[in-house]
Design a protein around this ligand. Structure first.
Ligand code: CAA
Length: 290
């Protein structure tokens, strides 16, 4: 399963960021035979990421979806790192660090210097311009977006986002790689929100408006969309799941990127973010979590 029928063979990958997205990406890559270095700024962050992967794999074994041997082989392909120089022999970096432009630009700049000059540098960003990230590096033609969805092991899509400068070889390699890990990839041009978030986040924002305007309670809005539109999760619960700060950041990118009032973030969404009620990750968003 490993490798790529594209132009470049990928065997070894560094995933930068060991949070929910980074550890999910690392898990899926390792499960499909790739050697993965999981990197973060502190050893305890990486350890937490590896523990969450082990927990997911244990679950898969208990459900007979994976053998104990496959689990052990997957874990063996994962190594921990807090040093970018560990990426000196990788063919690909997938960055899934915090959604902060300056942090990401710095990571890309540094990794472009450390990695082999033909290595691809991909970002899992959900809201920043891939073109701007590419421009911060010495090889913008090798920079691309590889946008996964949460939970990564379950969600089948990868948005492969070309910067203005991305070359065809890079794009084809990442499209093939996405397929090799059992995902469906779409080939999109860099544009605010790409495809999924451009459609999904305004829907969530509109759901928050219906609560804000007193049209219905949040439970009623969620039940309506689950029962009336067959969504697996209501939009308010999904907002908590994604993170209200992330939803607001994406809404703001759409608002500013298209300069169109139809993307104005709901004041209630802003208020929750200002209150630090960011959703599941802080134990409280629109709903409360034990
Ligand atoms: N990691 C791995 N597997 C997971 C998981 C996780 N974090 N969470 C759930 N699963 C698996 C479960 O193990 C279960 O697997 P089996 O069918 O093999 O038993 C399966 O998913 C279903 O899980 P549950 O039965 O626990 O619960 P559910 O049926 O309610 O599904 C859900 C949970 C998959 C999260 C579902 O509610 C769902 O699809 N919700 C919508 C998620 C979504 O829209 N994500 C995209 C967000 S946008 C984004 O990520 C991009 C961005 O830039 C903001």
């Amino acid at each position: 399963m490993k490798g790529s029928k594209g132009f470049m063979t990928i065997n070894k990958i560094m995933v930068v960021g060991s949070g929910t997205m980074g550890s999910g990406i690392a898990q899926v890559m390792a499960q499909h035979g790739y050697e993965v270095i999981l990197n973060d700024i502190k050893p305890e962050f990486v350890e937490r990421g590896l523990q969450s992967i082990t927990k997911q794999l244990d679950k898969a074994v208990s459900k007979d979806k994976m053998t104990e041997q496959e689990k052990e082989a997957t874990l063996k392909r994962l190594t921990a790192s807090t040093d970018y120089t560990d990426a000196e022999d990788v063919q690909l970096v997938i960055e899934a660090a915090t959604e902060n432009k300056n942090i990401k630009l710095d990571i890309f700049k540094k990794l472009a210097e450390i990695t082999p000059e033909d290595a691809i540098l991909a970002s899992n960003t959900s809201s920043l311009s891939i073109t701007e990230i590419a421009n911060a590096t010495s090889r913008p033609e090798k920079v691309i977006g590889m946008h996964f969805f949460n939970p990564v092991p379950v969600m089948k899509l990868v948005e492969v986002t070309r910067a203005l400068t991305t070359d065809d070889q890079t794009a084809q390699t990442i499209l093939d790689l996405s397929q090799s890990i059992g995902k469906t990839a779409i080939d999109v041009t860099d544009s605010p929100g790409f495809v999924v978030n451009r459609v999904l986040i305004p829907m969530i924002n509109e759901a928050v408006f219906t609560v804000y305007e007193g049209v219905a309670t949040m439970e009623e809005v969620d039940d309506s969309m689950k029962l009336g539109a067959n969504h697996p999760m209501g939009p308010i619960a999904l907002a908590d799941y994604i993170g209200l700060d992330v939803c607001l950041a994406i809404m703001t990118v759409l608002y500013e990127g298209f300069n169109d009032s139809k993307y104005r973030p709901c004041p209630l969404l802003k208020k929750y973010v200002e209150a630090g009620r960011l959703g599941r990750k802080t134990g409280r968003g629109f709903y409360e979590y034990a």
